[in-house]
Design a protein around this ligand. Structure first.
Ligand code: MTE
Ligand code: MOS
Length: 818
């Protein structure tokens, strides 16, 4: 066991605790950034003027009518920017654009005494446009060769030789949708300036240090003149990793120009029309299996729909490439990646960060190919699992591969798999118009930022003379329970009760140069830093106590607020007393902690290395019931076993697993982003810009039975107190819902039907899929080469697999029939 992962006796980590702010959340007492407005006298309110074109040059901008409107104090335009007119780190995101790049793009901002005055005045601003051609669908961008950023290629072995030796070869195409974050708290910032012109921005941001950097470069200031604080977020989900910067910069710019506090908060429609979302992808692939269904080769091209600017598209794409294998060993692989440039919001991080998109491709392939191979999907998946130590396509050996099998087998056992397979078969045989489906899918997700440098964190721990402890760390709280875990880590490493420790909001003047709270690594990184700071203090206190007791400092123990030498618990001294004595001996009672993840390396130019500290594993089995007349479905039961290592905070982790799963199910089955792809003047407008048209999972979509278990005996050597990251991986457990829907659709057709299912698999899409199955259509796959050997289980009369020449190579969000 490593020093990092080992737990002392009576640890506070591992105790089931509610989220540290749960009671504040549910009573409405928790303060979010925008709640501060009421406590900030004289604050101005900001409202954007949004583009009504998807792509156009702005030929005239007249803000005078707005300036003259009642209550207006100032209109911010590009001329006001003292520093760099850019909201991103790639310098491709003008904060005030002269060429609008998407429908809803903010052109300028009105500041007024009230929000309503700002909104009304913004409508008075006159903008003339010279329209330019707009690419909306990712396929249009591919055809127009409109790409941005790098074109990574990940390759291992000889993919052509692999295809050559395969007994069964299939190829296909798959286009799937993005996802709106729909955090409950929309983007918000509140900026103030002090008498030196120093800027203080409160921002709902996952990445305070980068928000600070962008505010500084927009204002032409150095970083030490800008402080960013994040109290907490009402959800971030990746949407606040990079997108908050521009909004914070607008508030900060307004504040420096007017000398007054400026508040910017997007309402839901503004947020949905202006901020980036999960990337939709287009994938083209060719896959080879041997006679037993073992994957031999995968050749794929993934195109991420990046929207108008790069933002995080490159790292998102890199993670997609690094997850296309999911849990499966593929000897020969070639994956090409590219980023389409389209005239839509700039797509960004979203829980899983490209991982879900990469994994969806292989899960779709396995789900479509299993019937054509004559192997049931459960067997096909398990047969292809990594064996211990086999390398991923990017060269990292897969450790703890047994956890794939352990979680899989446990889900099957506790989920009564075999009995239910039989039950469902009987049910389906007895019902013509309602069918059930059951599917199990695995998750293997790499933990750490791909970019090695980001894997560092800092913390600041103060022990006051009375023994009370205040901790600060570089991570942000967005509901995921990071602060709860950090309190538990600090209490554990100092050996004090939880109530002894308090946590202060995240601020760039407390811990500098932080990484985004992202990649699920918040607890790993900041936990390492908090632990490090606490250990420095504990070691100093151990010296003090050891001297008095006449023992060696190495023999001192700290537990539950008591300090004692091993075996001398009866002579224990109170923690606060040791602290008091240390103070009088002039021993430093606070410390800055630091952590860097060891053992990582990554070469992005060749997409090779060991970028991940470890993998998080999990499996889910889902049962659905589908109505043959409407495609409507419900989720009858879900069983999950997920690997969080030795949990730091089990209640929090179970909440993360449940929430991640439901959010993933939303992406794959309900949430349907639609953009106006017509040639009307509204081309490029987001059509689903409110909860009325964008369907999120709610109580009624919750599984009727929802069993979540954390994998036991799952100690992780490489992370703080033996735990593993949990934030993102469970989202991908939701593939089981999609695959269960596929199974149910297939049950409407003859045995062995391969089903194409659009993503999201909305009831409408499910209806088309089951209709095809019912009509005996065999999916839209090309069967190449030896694929003629596919066992034919279809009854006479079924048309079967389409020959290559007349294949419809499409499985997109909008089936061909629509
Ligand atoms: N859980 C809640 N409740 N709200 C969130 O915004 N974000 C997710 C995940 N879980 C999120 C969440 C995402 S995208 C990430 S990367 C992780 O939490 C970040 O936090 P962590 O690194 O502390 O797990
Ligand atoms: Mo999470 S998408 O890494 O913020």
């Amino acid at each position: 066991m490593s020093a990092l992962s080992q737990r002392p006796d009576n640890p506070v980590v591992g105790v089931e605790l509610p989220h540290e702010a749960a009671s504040l959340h549910v009573t409405g007492a928790a303060l979010y950034t925008d709640d501060l407005v009421d406590r900030t006298p004289g604050a101005l309110h900001a409202w954007p003027v949004q583009s009504t074109q998807a792509h156009a040059r702005v030929t005239r901008l007249d803000v005078e009518p707005a300036r003259r409107a009642p209550g207006v104090v100032r209109v911010l335009t590009a001329d006001d920017v003292p520093g760099v007119n850019d909201a991103g780190v790639k310098h491709d995101e003008p904060l005030f654009p002269s060429e609008v790049m998407f429908f809803g793009h903010a052109i300028c901002w009105v500041l007024a005494e009230t929000l309503e005055a700002a909104r009304q005045a913004a409508a008075l601003v006159e903008v003339d446009y010279e329209p330019l051609p707009a690419l909306i669908d990712v396929k249009e961008a591919i055809d127009a060769e409109s790409f941005q950023g790098g074109r990574p290629k990940m390759e291992r072995g000889d993919v052509d030789a692999g295809i050559e030796r395969s007994a069964h070869v299939f190829s296909g195409e798959f286009q799937f949708s993005g996802q709106e974050h729909f955090y409950l708290e929309t983007h918000a910032a509140l900026a103030l300036v002090d008498e030196f012109g120093q800027v203080f921005v409160q921002s709902s941001t996952q990445h305070p240090s980068e928000t600070q950097e962008i505010v500084a470069h927009v204002l032409g200031l150095a970083s030490h003149e800008v402080t960013v604080q994040c109290l907490r977020m009402g959800g971030g989900f990746g949407g606040k990793e990079m997108q908050p910067h521009g909004f914070a910069a607008i508030a900060a710019l307004g504040s420096t120009l007017t000398g007054r506090p400026v508040r910017l908060r997007l309402n839901r429609t503004l947020d949905m029309t202006m901020s980036g979302k999960r990337h939709g992808f287009h994938a083209e692939w060719r896959v080879g299996f041997d006679d037993d269904g073992r994957l031999q080769a995968l050749d794929a091209t993934l195109t991420a729909d990046g929207g108008w600017s790069l933002d995080l598209s490159e790292p998102v794409l890199a993670r997609a490439l690094c997850h296309i294998d999911n849990a499966y060993w593929v000897p020969d692989v070639r994956v090409n990646g590219r980023i389409a440039k389209t005239h839509k919001t700039s797509q960004t991080a979203f829980r899983g960060f490209g991982g879900p998109q990469g994994m969806l491709v292989i899960e779709d392939i396995l789900g479509r190919c299993a019937p054509l191979l004559g192997i049931d999907a459960e067997t096909l998946r398990r047969r292809n699992f990594y064996a211990e130590g086999q390398p991923t396509p990017y060269g990292q050996p897969v450790q703890q591969a047994d956890r794939l099998r352990r979680t899989w087998d446990q889900v099957k056992e506790t989920g009564d798999w075999d009995a239910r397979v039989a039950e469902i078969a009987a049910f389906n045989a007895a019902h013509d118009d309602v069918k059930r489906g059951l599917a199990i899918t695995p998750v293997k997700f790499g933990i750490s930022f791909n970019l090695t440098a980001f894997n560092q964190a800092g913390a600041l721990v103060h022990v006051y003379k009375d023994g009370s402890v205040l901790i600060n760390h570089g991570g942000t709280e967005m509901g995921q329970g990071l602060h709860t875990k950090m309190l538990q880590v600090a209490a554990t490493s100092l050996g004090v009760p939880l109530q002894t420790v308090r946590l202060a909001p995240t601020r760039t003047d407390k811990v500098p140069n932080t990484s985004a709270t992202a990649a699920s690594s918040g607890a790993d990184l900041n936990g390492g830093a908090v632990k490090n700071a606490c250990e420095q203090i504990r070691e100093r206190l151990a010296q003090v106590a050891a001297q008095e007791l006449g023992v060696s400092a190495a023999d001192m123990r700290f537990s539950d607020g008591k300090v004692f030498a091993i075996g001398q618990q009866d002579k224990a001294v109170e923690w606060a007393e040791v602290v008091r004595r240390a103070y009088f001996q002039r021993v430093q009672l606070w410390a800055a902690g630091f952590y860097r993840t060891e053992g990582l390396h990554w070469d992005s130019t060749v997409m090779q290395g060991s970028p991940f500290k470890y993998f998080a594993y999990g499996c889910a089995a889902t049962e659905v019931e589908v109505d043959g007349f409407t495609g409507a479905y419900r989720t009858r039961r879900v069983d999950i076993v997920h690997d969080v290592g030795d949990s730091l905070s089990p209640l929090v982790d179970i909440g993360q697993v449940e929430g991640g799963f439901v959010q993933g199910a939303g992406w794959l089955t309900l949430e349907d982003l639609r953009w106006d792809e017509s040639d009307r003047p509204t081309r490029g407008r987001l059509l689903t810009q409110a909860a009325s048209t964008y369907k999120l999972p709610s109580f009624s979509e919750m599984p009727e039975v929802f069993n979540v278990a954390l994998l036991e005996h799952a100690h992780e050597e490489g992370a703080v107190y033996g735990s593993k990251a949990v934030g993102e991986p469970p989202l991908m457990l939701a593939f089981s819902v999609r695959e269960a829907l596929r199974q149910a659709c297939a049950a409407f057709g003859p045995a062995g039907t391969s089903v194409d299912l659009a993503s999201p698999a909305t009831p409408e899409a499910v209806f088309w899929a089951l209709s095809e199955a019912r009509d005996g259509e065999q999916g839209h796959l090309r069967l190449d080469g030896a694929a003629a050997d596919v066992p034919d289980q279809r009854p006479a009369g079924a048309t079967g697999a389409r020959p290559e020449s007349e294949a419809v190579l499409e499985s997109s969000g909008t089936p061909a029939q629509v």
